[in-house]
Write a protein that binds this ligand. Structure first.
Ligand SMILES: C=C1C[C@]23C[C@@]1(O)CC[C@H]2[C@@]12CCC[C@@](C)(C(=O)O1)[C@H]2[C@@H]3C(=O)O
Ligand SMILES: O=C(O)CCC(=O)C(=O)O
Ligand SMILES: [Fe+2]
Length: 358
């Protein structure tokens, strides 16, 4: 068995593994919380439906996730991105390592960032593109990366159009209009921080019941738009039901409510806990477009959604502050920015120097 160690990480070449190494054996994948069979399916919304806004609002409130059809992103753009992702992950390990994410970096090739919170390794590899993708692509394909760059560029452009459409549907469903959002341009376009693309690869696994592709987490975003190939693996946690599979539908895209939308909506729309599991025979690929607000914007519960009976539940936070909190405290991040309403004022539960007001 050839064990190829990645730079400073105990990460193996998963494609060559004939059995599951102990460092990848989780005890609670198949025997964890129940997995639903025949339960209510994750909503699929036709964005050309005149009632799309209502359906989107309902899905955000009751699921925190939904799939969209007739979203306007050409099928070819999705197919090209998938093919480019596949090409990237099929490069030899030493070549992918040319673009390895540095220990304190955010972009590049490597294991899931949340890996450090778990005693076992995940059966996946990722490639994170933040800002210019040219620099990364050149490290992977020093003799020519034009095609990859064009595909990524086109994908980001289409995702940005779609995320605007979705955000206004979501905000509209909360009764929020363009004038209420200060970080929208005069034409109503929501400014984005810096587009983040996360490519995830889950090779076929010799012992899928004991392996975890990507451990349960919520995204730190406002919204995440996910394209998955024709292999299932994404699961979302639903209260009272357990893990529900989000089946791949050709041409459909998955939309997740992230923690920042949870904060912005004052908890009306809840960020969805999700994970990716793996299978014995098929390689799975997903591409996540992670959308957050511009870096100078502090996200807090929208004032239209709060009053004395519905006090703001979260303190203002920028995306980068929140990512920092998430990197340090992982799944406790949302509760760390939560304010606790006390009898006559609001106290940040984590700030022991808070003073009661009112
Ligand atoms: C902007 C970001 C969100 C993310 C951390 C990151 O800096 C870049 C990668 C993102 C990702 C993708 C996979 C799941 C996740 C939890 C992770 O480990 O890296 C998310 C992060 C997040 O949403 O917090
Ligand atoms: O691969 C998937 O289905 C999930 C990916 C994901 O959750 C992420 O990139 O944040
Ligand atoms: Fe995610």
């Amino acid at each position: 068995m050839s064990l190829k160690l990645l730079k400073n990480e105990q990460h193996l070449d998963l494609n060559s593994m004939k059995e599951l190494p102990d460092s990848y054996a989780w005890s609670s994948v198949a025997d964890g919380s129940p997995t639903s069979c025949g339960s209510e399916p994750v909503p699929v919304i036709n964005l050309e439906d005149p009632d799309a806004m209502m359906h989107v609002g309902h899905a955000c409130k009751t699921w925190g996730v939904f799939q969209v059809m007739n979203h306007g992103v050409p099928m070819m753009v999705l197919d090209d991105m998938e093919a480019s992702g596949r090409k990237l992950f099929s490069l030899p390990v030493h070549q992918k390592l040319q673009a390895a994410r540095s220990a304190d970096g955010v972009s590049g090739y490597g294991v899931a960032r949340i890996s450090s919170f778990f005693p076992k390794l995940m059966w996946s590899e990722g490639f994170t593109i933040i800002g210019s993708h040219y620099e990364h692509a050149q490290k992977l394909w020093p003799h020519g990366c034009t095609h990859f760059c064009e595909v990524v560029e086109e994908y980001k452009k289409e995702m940005n159009k779609l995320v605007n459409k979705l955000m206004w549907l979501i905000l509209g469903s909360l009764g929020i209009t363009k004038g209420d959002i200060k970080w929208a341009s005069p034409t109503g376009e929501l400014k984005e921080a810096c587009p983040v693309l996360q490519l995830n690869s889950y090779p076929a696994c010799p012992d899928p019941d004991r392996a975890m592709g990507l451990a349960a987490h919520t995204d730190s975003t406002l919204l995440t738009i996910l394209h998955q190939n024709n292999t299932s693996g994404l699961q979302v946690q639903r209260e009272g039901t357990g893990w529900v599979t989000v089946p791949p539908i050709r041409g459909a895209l998955v939309v997740n409510v992230g923690d920042l939308l949870h904060i912005l909506s004052n908890g009306t729309y809840t960020s969805v806990l999700h994970r990716a599991i793996v299978n014995r025979t098929q390689h799975r690929l997903s591409v996540a477009y992670l959308y957050g607000p511009p870096s100078n914007v502090r996200i807090s519960p929208l004032s239209k959604l709060t009053d004395s009976f519905h006090p703001p539940l979260y303190r203002p936070v920028t995306w980068s502050e929140y990512l920092g909190t998430k990197a340090k405290h992982f799944n406790k991040a949302l509760s760390i920015v939560r304010l606790c309403a006390q009898m006559n004022g609001f106290v940040d539960v984590n700030d022991h120097n808070s003073v009661l007001v009112g």
